[in-house]
Design a protein around this ligand. Structure first.
Ligand SMILES: [Zn+2]
Length: 243
């Protein structure tokens, strides 16, 4: 097991030395076109960013993400910024964030979501952002929750919002024999618990996830958060994958 306590000074200097060394071997280049014409804070160049597969769902009267939740959850607004397809640049960005611990990829996705929020929610009061939590096991392995990084990216870009960290993922401990039909249908959905719910009462909240497919994770989070009586619940995801 790795020690996740505070890092000692010699270790930190070794870490920064190694990072500098890695940068020499792997120069900072665009994930998609390998151009070196990008800022240190970027993972893809401006040209590739302009060519991302944007969904433009926010311009539709009724969009495919809202339709996912029809009859399942009363969502104020639901949106996904990019289409996620196999072997695409969007897959590379998500992979970079989740499996290569590259937070810059998360800040990019946060900024893209922020641009949409600012164009559609301009006059709203402080928005509570709820990152979809990951399990403790994944958190230990990955070092951070990728949805939390996306939320930080949203705020960094100027959205008037705060991050709410009271939603937690727990193990589904209900045994098969005690499950009724509804529970069995949700058996693959994560189970969430809510702490400090009072903070969300009468506030507009937005659940933030990296990728939406069937919507079952977001639906489970929605029903947990509803108990806090927020004024509205919106959903924003970086990418949408359709089956
Ligand atoms: Zn590029």
């Amino acid at each position: 097991m790795l020690n996740h306590g505070p890092l000692s000074k010699p270790f930190l200097s070794l870490q920064s030395y190694l990072q500098g060394f890695i940068h020499l071997i792997y120069p900072h280049i665009c994930l998609q076109c390998a151009s070196s014409e990008l800022l240190n804070s970027q993972v893809i160049c401006d040209e590739c960013e302009s060519q991302l597969p944007y969904t433009h769902f926010s311009k539709m009267v009724i969009n495919p993400i809202e339709k996912i939740f029809w009859g399942r959850a009363k969502i104020e607004q639901a949106n996904a910024i990019l289409y996620f397809t196999k072997d695409s640049i969007v897959q590379k960005i998500i992979f970079e964030l989740k499996y290569k611990q590259n937070k810059k990829a998360g800040y990019l996705l946060g900024r893209l979501i922020a641009q949409e929020i600012l164009s559609t929610h301009s006059e709203n009061p402080v928005l509570f952002l709820i990152p979809i939590p990951i399990s403790k096991k994944k958190l230990r392995k990955r070092g951070f929750n990728q949805c939390l990084i996306i939320c930080k990216g949203i705020i960094d870009y100027g959205v008037n919002a705060v991050i709410f960290n009271g939603l937690h993922k727990i193990k589904n401990t209900v045994t098969q024999t005690h499950k009724d039909r509804l529970e069995r249908s949700l058996q693959n959905s994560p189970v969430f618990i809510l702490k400090n719910r009072i903070q969300l009462q009468d506030k507009p909240i937005m659940i933030v996830d990296d990728v939406i497919t069937t919507g079952s994770t977001l639906e489970a989070a929605f029903h947990c958060l509803k108990a806090a009586n927020p004024s509205s619940i919106s959903i924003s995801t970086a990418a949408y994958t359709f089956t």
